[in-house]
Design a protein around this ligand. Structure first.
Ligand code: 5GP
Length: 120
């Protein structure tokens, strides 16, 4: 999938749309999800134009890849999600029901999250 620079997270990165920032460094931005599905629900995104994890790891530098995963851990600690445990999730492509085509890792926490996937 080609990267669409008009996606909503690209607009947040360019400062065209506000966000509730939780963490930022040279390669990563993390902000609260606008429709939280848990008391803690943060999105961690690379600043680079990557659609998915496979895209980031194929085209991104080792520094960008490492920065993303370090930031996920940092945000889990910053938000207190580490205290009771948490979940990370990345929806990718059509089967993964990805709505925003800029790679993002969800961090959920602050309550018991139940089964990993709804029982079919
Ligand atoms: P996914 O692509 O993994 O299905 O989910 C995209 C997530 O982005 C959703 O949880 C949705 O609530 C969140 N989202 C969509 N638009 C915005 C926005 O403008 N600001 C923020 N903070 N979150 C958004």
């Amino acid at each position: 999938m080609a990267y669409d620079p008009e996606n909503i997270f690209a607009k947040i990165l360019r400062g065209e749309i506000p966000c509730s920032k939780v963490y930022e460094d040279d390669h990563v931005l993390a902000f609260n999800d606008i429709r939280p599905q848990a008391p803690i629900h943060v999105l961690v995104i690379p600043k680079g134009a990557y659609v998915s994890l496979d895209d980031l790891t194929e085209r991104g530098t080792d520094e960008e890849v490492a920065a993303l995963f370090k930031a996920v851990g940092k945000v889990a600690r910053l938000t207190g999600a580490t205290e009771g445990g948490y979940r990370i999730l990345a929806n990718i492509g059509e089967n993964g029901h990805q709505e925003v085509p800029h790679f993002h890792v969800h961090i959920f926490g602050g309550k018991r999250l139940g089964h990993m996937l709804p029982k079919q």
